[in-house]
Design a protein around this ligand. Structure first.
Ligand code: ADP
Length: 490
């Protein structure tokens, strides 16, 4: 019996032990289950996070794709727009397709006419004409709002309206859209304005990227408007200039024609007067000569003196008439220049020889310096001799005793320049430009004494110009003068 009790006791002890052990195990299991649950929950959270991140990434990717394709469209559009130089054409370049690719189906652009104090429409995509007219009227009613927007340079959109005067809803209602962007067109030249883009699509969310794209488009339009207006201005002023040039050219050719006619009349007049003068002059000279020779009886000294004067003055007159005739003949192209190779040194020496008496009388040193490359000119001998005689003769007349006269030549290319210099009285600056006109003589004390007609230099100029040459003078009072002219080298 005691044994039975003992055994039962042991069994109870063992049972308790097993129970306790089992309870312990159960507790541990519970703990494990709780830990498992917690980690499952954590995994679930992470999975959700991953999904969220993935969704966001997808969205960002989508936005990025949209932005890239938007930029692509913009780039093409910009290229198209920027090559446009006509204001009206700029907006015609923007099409519904471009707009749709940017995610909008409606667009209007308005520019401000400051003179009329109103907005005018320059782009309409997606609106009926009547609708756009209504919107234009509404825009002009709220013009201050839009003008402020342009002035501030800010965008207005379904996301952000800078001023709450016009609410999102009001704009949505007016333009019949769900989302929109309004962006100022800021041009430096001429009218400014704004572009509106919008969509009726409920799913469209206006993002910052889209606002940026439309801003770029508006800026591009602004710049192109500037270019077109500048081009228009330049083109218009060029047109005006061309018209003016044409008018002036016409006036000038008329004036030239008139000058030509007058000059011909003058030449004809001089020529006929000279001819008429020559005949009586020749008779006067002839009679004076006959009287002087005593062919009509002895002539007392007193009368002889007067007759000599008549003879001298007649000579001067004949000389003058001849010069005048020559000028008018050369001017009217009646004198043919017989071109030949002339040795300039030979002509210079010949003239010096001709004037040697006068040179000696005033003790004037005469020199020439004509290098080999300038030796020969292609010109009319007798005419060029007259040029030399006139220029050296003048130098002699207007150079005081013990002075110097020199003839120098040098060549550049096919042209020979000949300088006739003296150490004479010089010519006042204001008279230098008129020296080559007919009958011009400097009004000074020297010219009271020195005789002349004022025709010599005019004749020289005509001869040189008939040789396609140029003539000019450089002179300083009391130092001397240099008359330079050009001839073609032979
Ligand atoms: P003329 O000598 O018959 O008066 P020209 O036509 O030859 O006519 O010259 C016009 C004027 O130019 C002269 O009256 C003179 O005042 C001035 N002139 C010409 N050559 C010289 C010179 N070498 N030095 C100073 N004055 C000159």
């Amino acid at each position: 019996m005691p044994n039975l009790i003992f055994i039962s006791f042991y069994i109870a002890i063992a049972g308790l032990g097993i129970f306790l052990f089992a309870a312990q195990k159960l507790k541990e299991k519970d703990k494990q289950v709780a830990a498992l649950k917690a980690s499952l929950e954590e995994m679930d959270e992470q999975a959700k996070l991953i999904m969220r991140t993935d969704m966001e990434l997808n969205k960002t990717q989508e936005e990025l794709d949209k932005k890239i394709s938007g930029l692509d469209i913009l780039q093409k559009l910009s290229r198209d727009i920027s090559t446009t130089l006509e204001e009206k054409q700029i907006f015609r370049k923007i099409s519904s397709e471009h707009l749709e690719e940017l995610g909008f189906e409606k667009s209007l652009a308005f520019l401000w006419n400051d003179l009329k104090r109103e907005f005018y429409l320059c782009l309409n995509l997606g609106f009926e004409d009547a609708e756009s007219e209504l919107i234009k009227t509404a825009v002009n009613t709220d013009k201050d709002y839009y003008l402020d927007l342009i002035r501030s340079g800010k965008n207005a959109s379904s996301v952000f309206i800078p001023d709450d005067f016009l609410t999102k809803d009001r704009i949505n209602q007016l333009f019949e859209v769900r989302s929109f962007i309004i962006c100022p067109i800021l041009a430096q030249e001429g009218d400014q304005g704004f572009i509106f883009v919008g969509t009726q699509n409920i799913e469209t969310r206006i993002t910052e990227g889209e606002q940026e794209l439309i801003t770029i488009l508006a800026n591009q339009i602004g710049q192109t408007l500037d270019n077109a207006r500048l081009f228009e201005k330049t083109w218009r002023s060029q047109q005006e200039l061309e018209i003016k040039v044409e008018e002036r050219t016409h006036q000038l050719s008329q004036a030239l024609e008139e000058v030509g006619k007058v000059s011909k009349r003058k030449s004809d007049f001089i020529s006929s007067v000279s001819h008429e003068l020559r005949t009586p002059l020749t008779s006067i000279k002839g009679y004076a000569a006959i009287l002087l020779a005593g062919k009509l009886g002895a002539v007392p000294d007193e009368i002889k003196n007067r007759l000599e004067k008549i003879n001298r003055h007649s000579d001067e007159l004949v000389h003058m008439v001849n010069d005048l005739l020559d000028i008018s003949r050369i001017e009217s192209g009646k004198v043919n220049m017989k071109l030949e190779s002339l040795e300039l040194k030979y002509i210079a020496d010949k003239v010096a020889d001709l004037l040697s008496e006068q040179l000696k009388a005033k003790n004037i040193t005469f020199s020439t310096n004509i290098p080999d490359d300038s030796r020969n000119a292609l010109a009319d001998r007798s005419q060029i001799e007259r040029v030399f005689i006139n220029l050296v003769g003048n130098a002699l007349k207007f150079t005081p005793e013990n002075g110097k006269i020199s003839i120098n030549a040098h060549r550049s290319g096919k042209i020979i320049q000949i300088d006739v210099s003296d150490t004479g009285f010089g010519i006042p600056e204001d008279a230098q430009g008129k020296l080559f006109q007919e009958f011009f003589r400097v009004e000074n004390a020297i010219n009271q004494e020195v005789k002349g007609t004022g025709l010599g230099l005019a004749l020289v100029r005509h001869i040189i110009e008939a040789h396609q040459g140029r003539i000019w003078v450089k002179s300083k009072l009391s130092e001397g003068s240099t008359f330079s002219f050009t001839l073609n080298a032979a």
